[in-house]
Design a protein around this ligand. Structure first.
Ligand SMILES: Cc1ncc(COP(=O)(O)O)c(C=O)c1O
Length: 400
């Protein structure tokens, strides 16, 4: 427990709920786009039939509701990934998948190779199993093969990678980097945990193959693939999934049994009813349009209100961009000033295994606030940055 810290994002929630606050902090979808009516109809349909209603309310199998797993198998096949039912485990969100993988793979003081920065929830999950980290600096196209090859010589237990619209940086791995990572993993016999909650939310450019697909194409069984309905339907349902080799899934099933027996059967049946018949595809098309616009508004607002010394990423999809502050500015100092201006973000330090790194960075979410709020929030952030720059240029003298 001494190693565990509370999530910076969960801690920020108490500020972000204040009236008037514009929050770029959470990784939250737009609540006004939740398909409430479809959920209501789906829940009614599940409960209207005695057979489906009773099975939804009864204990279920740990692996998950079969029609939902079949739907996931069909969806994976559309992206060139051949899987069977035995390869799919439903989890209570991807966060549980990360915890189960930590439980399965991490022994005390084992090293996990992570990108720097990386998803802070994964660090939290792996910290509970006393992981050590090999944190490799990533650029806008992922991890460089040379650095990866050198790090794999140090024999991490597995690599945790986010190739699509990374949380927090928004970066997308190039095809060449994906191929190199899969090849190196196979050559060193080191598994990859591929976390892909955002892959469907692309606003420009073409879809790139998952690491799992590239690995399978080379007859590998080296990748565990994670995804979730949190960003495409609703995070409150807590529904995600793992695709992996059958023997690994069987072990994860045993670990899940000791955790929660199974993910809510009622929720699984409702989500199946919500998603079926092409609804999810159509809904995702709407999200892409709305979030693509919000991303563009944030990019334009940053160009308008931030000083030229600040830089930021241009994400092709997902929910975040990554702001690099001008020389001498610190994200924690800026957060204090920003909260006074009623705008919130997550300080970069939260996303580094070495929590002292990342002081120059801020993660900005663009899916949750409406376009006009995004514009106003970045205007306020720009003011806070300029005030901090002025303070850094003329520091208050130390008392004698
Ligand atoms: C990269 C990544 N993995 C996992 C999760 C957890 O998702 P879920 O809501 O499915 O637990 C998130 C949520 O933001 C995420 O960004």
């Amino acid at each position: 427990m001494q190693r565990m810290t509370s999530s910076a994002i969960r801690d920020l929630l108490k500020y972000t709920l204040q009236p008037g606050m514009i929050s770029f902090a959470g990784g939250m979808p737009a609540p006004e786009l939740f398909p409430l009516e479809r959920f209501r109809e789906a829940a009614n349909r599940v409960l209207a039939e005695p057979a489906s209603g009773r099975s939804a309310l009864q204990y279920g199998i740990t692996e998950g509701f079969v029609p939902l797993r079949e739907m996931i198998v069909r969806h994976a096949a559309r992206y060139g990934l051949q899987a069977g039912l035995e390869n799919v485990l439903i989890t209570s969100g991807s966060q549980q998948a990360l915890d189960l993988i930590g439980k399965l793979l991490i022994g005390r003081a084992d090293r996990v190779l992570v990108e720097a920065p990386t998803y802070l929830g994964a660090l939290q999950a792996f910290d509970a199993y006393e992981a050590e980290y090999l944190a490799l600096p990533a650029d806008e196209a992922g991890l460089a093969p040379e650095a990866l090859a050198a790090a794999l010589e140090r024999r991490p237990k597995f690599m945790y990678l986010l190739p699509n619209f990374q949380n927090p940086s928004g970066a997308t791995w190039s095809l060449a980097r994906r191929q190199a990572a899969v090849g190196l993993a196979a050559a060193h016999g080191i598994p990859i945990v591929e976390d892909d909650p955002y892959g469907q939310l692309r606003y420009e450019g073409g879809h790139l193959p998952s690491l799992m697909r590239l690995d399978r194409a080379a007859s590998g069984t080296n990748v565990l693939y994670l995804s979730t309905f949190s960003k495409t339907l609703a995070p409150g349902v807590r529904l995600g999934w793992i695709i992996g080799p059958a023997e690994v899934i069987a072990r994860l099933v045993q670990l899940k049994q000791s955790t929660d027996l199974h993910t809510s059967g009622f929720v699984q049946q409702v989500i199946y009813e919500v998603a079926r018949g092409g609804f999810l595809d159509e809904h995702i098309r709407q999200l892409r349009e709305a979030y693509g616009t919000r991303r563009d508004v944030m990019l334009e607002a940053l160009r308008t209100f931030l000083p030229p010394e600040a830089t930021w990423t241009h994400p092709e999809g997902g929910l975040f961009l990554w702001l690099r502050l001008p020389d001498g500015l610190d994200c924690h100092g800026l957060l204090t000033a920003a909260l006074e201006q009623q705008v919130a973000f997550v300080p970069g330090t939260a996303f580094f295994a070495d929590r002292d790194a990342g002081r120059r960075f801020c993660r900005l979410n663009f899916s949750n606030a409406q376009p006009e709020q995004i514009w106003e929030g970045i205007r306020r952030l720009g003011r806070a940055v300029e005030a901090q720059m002025a303070a850094a240029a003329s520091p208050v003298p130390e008392p004698a």
